[in-house]
Each structure stands twice: as C-alpha cells, then as structure tokens.
Ligand binder design. Structure first.
Ligand SMILES: Nc1ncnc2c1ncn2[C@@H]1O[C@H](COP(=O)(O)OP(=O)(O)OP(=O)(O)O)[C@@H](O)[C@H]1O
Length: 269
C-alpha cells in the first residue's frame, strides 16, 4: 500500500501542496472517527474519498471545511499551517464547498443565491454600499456579471430569476455548485455530488468535474463508484477511520485491502 506521503508529487513536497492534511485524528467521545488520516489535494487534480458506511468520509470532509476540529494533526494551505480552518475563512483561503443539504435560500432568486458566494470579491464596505456610491455600483455590476457567467457555464442561466424551491433537484445541485464556483476557488470540496442524480446527470457531472479540474483542485466524497473511478486522479480509501489505501483508481480497484473492506460491507449488509 502506498500512503499519501509516498506518492510521486511531480517534484512538489506534499506539505507544500495546495491543501495538505496530515495525521488527523478525530474522536467523538469514546469513538475514534478518524485515526492518523492524511490527504493531499493538488492543483488540477481530482481527489476522491471513498469507504464503506461509517468509514469517516463525512468527518474528514468536515475537518477540511472547518466544521470539525481534529484532536491531532496538521492542516496546511499552500504550505502555510492553518491551525483550524474556520468555515467563514474558507473563501479567503481560496476554498469553496458544496454540502449534501444544499443550503440554498428559498427566499432568494437563483442569481442572488449565487451572489451570496461572491462575498470574497466585495471590495466596497457597508457604508459606501448603503449610500450607493459609484464604486459599490460598479462592484455590484461586476459581481452580477461573474455570477451570470457561472450560471451560463453550468447551463442553468435560464433559471436565474427562479426560486430554488421551484426547481428540480439536479438543477438545485447546480445552483449550489454555482454558488461555490463564483468565488473562483483554488480548491473545491464536493460532498456527495452524485447523490440523487440520474444516469444522464451523472455523466454530465463527471464531464463538469473533469473540466473544473483544469483550473482548480477538487476533493470529492461520494458513494458512487462509477463517478469516483472515472473522474478521480487519486483516491483515498477509509475504513473504520483509517486510510487503508491511497493511489490511482486502477491501483485502488486492485488493492486487496479495499476489496476486503467492500466485501466486508456487503457481508454486513
Ligand atoms: N457528531 C458525531 N458524534 C458521534 N459520533 C459521530 C458523529 N459524527 C460521526 N460519528 C461517528 O463517526 C464514525 C464516522 O462517521 P462518518 O459519518 O464520518 O462516516 P461516513 O464514512 O461518512 O459514513 P456514511 O457513508 O454512512 O455517511 C461513525 O461511526 C459515526 O457514527
């Protein structure tokens, strides 16, 4: 088995990568949800996290987002240690995420929901914005243009004025993705992007994730093996809170520890 730290990094030391998480341990009371887990996200790579039920995938995702504070471990962003990324700091660190519960505001239009994600680019302070000063108007126009461009990129610009609640689930998922992308992240964290999608939507999602990886790093947690195997450059496999394998999809598919873990899951089911 290869671990994150021994993978060929193309000359970049793992700790200097865009996002480096090393030796992370999380306990909930007496239960160890993650034990000495490491993960490295690199520019222009899609990194998948998989594992049987209860393996610790969501907990790992939540550590990356700052929702869960690890008991031990190091997190570095572009080589700089980040004691604990706070959820509200993610945008300024160049990180954006989508969650399983999409978290869209139903009282806002699709466009306004996406604009919520563009706060990182708001240069005007509260008072000038309130007074409607010229720079704030220009700011607002630029942000709207950016949000509209992302909606077009995701093929959902026709829904800009709709309320999310009136839209089919796959479209709402795209709105949530648009809100993450409008901040132009360097690292995109996707929690279960394939859940609730049909076959055709899955194919489009795979194409989209591959296209996004031309300009950012992507970390995705998903149960959907076909998606993970087809879009990921590298995969980390968790079982009972530990990394049992890490490598390219073909290595993961052939790894005896992974096969045993998934056979064990089938047997448990
Ligand atoms: N807030 C919490 N308090 C107590 N235990 C928790 C908490 N969150 C997760 N756990 C436990 O930690 C372990 C890992 O859970 P986690 O949700 O990260 O796994 P998972 O791989 O995402 O599972 P699934 O595929 O079923 O969503 C499980 O045993 C779970 O019951």
């Amino acid at each position: 088995m290869r671990t994150e730290d021994t993978i060929d990094t193309g000359g970049t030391r793992p700790e200097q990568s865009l996002f480096y998480l090393h030796g992370v341990t999380v306990r909930f009371g007496g239960l160890t949800a993650l034990s000495d887990v490491s993960l490295t996200a690199r520019h222009r790579e899609v990194h998948g996290v998989i594992g049987p039920n209860g393996a610790g995938k969501t907990t790992l995702f939540n550590v990356c987002c700052g929702f869960v504070r690890p008991e031990a471990g190091t997190i570095r962003v572009r080589g700089t240690p980040v004691t604990q990324p706070r959820p509200h700091q993610l945008a300024s660190l160049g990180i954006a995420r989508t969650l399983q519960g999409l978290g869209l505001f139903d009282g806002l239009t699709v466009l306004d929901n996406v604009l919520v994600g563009a706060d990182r680019f708001r240069r005007t302070g509260f008072l000038p914005a309130l007074l409607g000063l010229r720079r704030s108007v220009a700011d607002e126009a630029a942000l709207r243009a950016r949000a509209e461009a992302v909606l077009r990129e995701l093929g959902i610009d026709a829904y800009a004025d709709a309320r999310p609640g009136s839209l089919p689930y796959p479209v709402r998922k795209r709105v949530a993705l648009a809100r993450a992308l409008v901040s132009e992240p360097e690292l995109l964290l996707l929690d279960e992007p394939a859940s609730g999608l049909g076959h055709d939507d899955l194919g489009e999602l795979a194409d989209l994730v591959r296209a996004l990886s031309d300009r950012m790093a992507v970390v995705l947690v998903d149960h959907h093996m076909d998606l993970v195997m087809s879009v990921c450059d590298r995969i980390t496999v968790l079982d009972f809170g530990r990394v049992i394998a890490s490598g390219r999809p073909d290595e993961i598919a052939a790894d005896p520890a992974v096969i045993t873990a998934y056979l064990g899951e089938e047997a448990r089911a």
